[in-house]
Design a protein around this ligand. Structure first.
Ligand SMILES: Cc1cc2nc3c(=O)[nH]c(=O)nc-3n(C[C@H](O)[C@H](O)[C@H](O)COP(=O)(O)OP(=O)(O)OC[C@H]3O[C@@H](n4cnc5c(N)ncnc54)[C@H](O)[C@@H]3O)c2cc1C
Length: 414
């Protein structure tokens, strides 16, 4: 078949890769001049099954309420005239029972762990350099009580196969000596040794090159405006370069999927949740981080990509606004500088903001929708780089009519 993949983020490109592997002719349609130029560019790069906990948890309603009155650094809720914000928030709140949070977390962990296995296959099949770091991720806490709660919380993922090691502060510093000067701030950490990191944009761009080298088509600078349908089929997508036709279509437009989906009567509860990141060159500083870390108290994530570090933080309801100003980054920069004072050249930090395509369940949408030849692979939220490879394989399997390698109960909107 000739399959048109709508969107050239990490989800679209990995989907095209798996479809091409199955023998299909693939066309990726992307509005930016290069792939991975929007959300898939500036994220923390964590391949983190250990971070599969859903945001729609019993704690979330109180965190949301607090964010209305307190100037919270991690979560910023803003009222808006957009009715979709309220319908999405209502659906999100409906997922916040402990039973649903547990179910959704386990489903997400299953998908994330599978996805990491698919990533290993893709790396084995292709020579791709993307500043991979496989020393695990440290989820660290600043008080013993918080660490104990974190360890108890982690039992859920551990029961599903996640490997965890609980480290005291000395062991944390032994694993990553760059944290030595911040030792007193850290009570201990949960180290997930099988979690890893890597630059998602570097990976996605290299993979797109492989796809093109093997005969795939990459239509960049091409904006999708709408669809042509006939009866039960989509027969083409209308773009700034004219009609693009295929036998099947995969919607992988991240936060923009609901905007295009609505045009053909597909309602997708995906809402953009803005996040911020800094990319900071190490510039010869003597003690850069050597293991990725999440400061669970401040909700700041730090990864090392070769000679750069990437710092991310904040969940903000700001609609489709990706603008940013220096004050948005002050807190995360200060936290990182305190943790790794000799870790990077903080004066040369590059600022970025992007939109997480969040669903109320925190699980993506898969499978055929409304038309015989129209498929979804979208809504990967806060760990879309982690879940992309498995989601891509699942999508290729569903299009082929094959049973995916992991049980799909609960992952097909059921
Ligand atoms: C601050 C932050 C930190 C994060 N950290 C991590 C992390 O550590 N680990 C992790 O796994 N995930 C992380 N994520 C989440 C991850 O980045 C996303 O889930 C993932 O990038 C989503 O990929 P996507 O391909 O669905 O979306 P996108 O990357 O947004 O791709 C969609 C593409 O569609 C294109 N497009 C949209 N509309 C049109 C149109 N009309 N016509 C043509 N093209 C169009 C866009 O240009 C874009 O390239 C983070 C996200 C943020 C914001």
């Amino acid at each position: 078949m000739r399959v048109i993949v709508l969107g050239g983020g990490v989800v679209g490109v990995t989907t095209a890769y798996q479809l091409q592997k199955d023998g299909h002719e693939v066309v990726i349609v992307e509005r930016q001049p290069v792939v991975a130029a929007e959300t898939s560019w500036g994220n923390a790069g964590m391949i983190a099954p250990g971070h599969s906990f859903v945001w729609s948890s019993p704690k979330a309603p109180m965190i949301l309420l607090k964010s209305l009155v307190l100037k919270d650094q991690a979560l910023r809720f803003r009222f808006s005239a957009d009715p979709r914000l309220y319908s999405w928030s209502w659906r999100f709140l409906m997922e916040c029972t402990s039973e649903k949070a547990r179910r959704n977390t386990l489903l997400k962990h299953r998908l994330a762990a599978y996805s990491q296995r698919v990533l290993q296959d893709v790396i084995a099949e292709n020579d791709i350099e993307y500043d991979r770091n496989d020393r695990g991720i440290l989820y660290f806490h600043r008080s013993q009580e918080a660490l104990d709660r974190g360890v108890a919380h982690m039992k859920l993922l551990e029961s599903d196969g996640q490997v965890i090691r609980v480290l005291n502060r000395d062991q944390v510093v032994a694993l990553d000596p760059s944290l030595a000067s911040a030792k007193d701030k850290i009570a201990g950490a949960i180290h997930c040794p099988t979690d890893e990191t890597g630059d998602p944009a570097k990976f996605t761009r290299a993979l797109a090159e492989k796809i093109v080298a093997r005969g795939g088509t990459l239509l960049t600078n091409t904006t999708i405006d709408g669809f042509e349908t006939a009866g039960q089929d989509v027969v083409g997508i209308r773009t700034s370069r004219g009609l693009v036709k295929g036998d099947a279509y995969v919607l992988a437009l991240g936060s923009y999927s609901p905007i295009l989906g609505r045009q053909i009567g597909i309602d997708l509860p995906i809402y953009p949740i803005k996040g911020y990141s800094l990319t900071i060159p190490i510039d010869g500083r003597p003690l850069p981080p050597t293991v990725a870390a999440v400061d669970e108290h401040n909700l700041v994530a730090i990864s090392r990509f070769g000679e750069r570090i990437r710092v991310t933080a904040t969940a903000e309801f700001a609609g489709y606004d990706t603008s940013h100003k220096p004050s948005d980054f002050a807190f995360m920069k200060r936290v990182t500088q305190e943790l790794y004072p000799a870790g990077a050249n903080y004066d040369r930090a590059e600022m970025w903001a992007g939109l997480r395509p969040m669903t109320p369940t925190n699980l993506p949408f898969f499978g055929r929708k409304k038309y015989r030849n129209f498929y979804l692979n979208t809504g990967h939220g806060h760990i879309g780089w982690t879940m992309s490879h498995g989601s891509a394989r699942i999508t290729a399997d569903l299009i082929a009519g094959r049973t995916p390698a992991i049980p799909m109960v609960g992952l097909l909107g059921d």
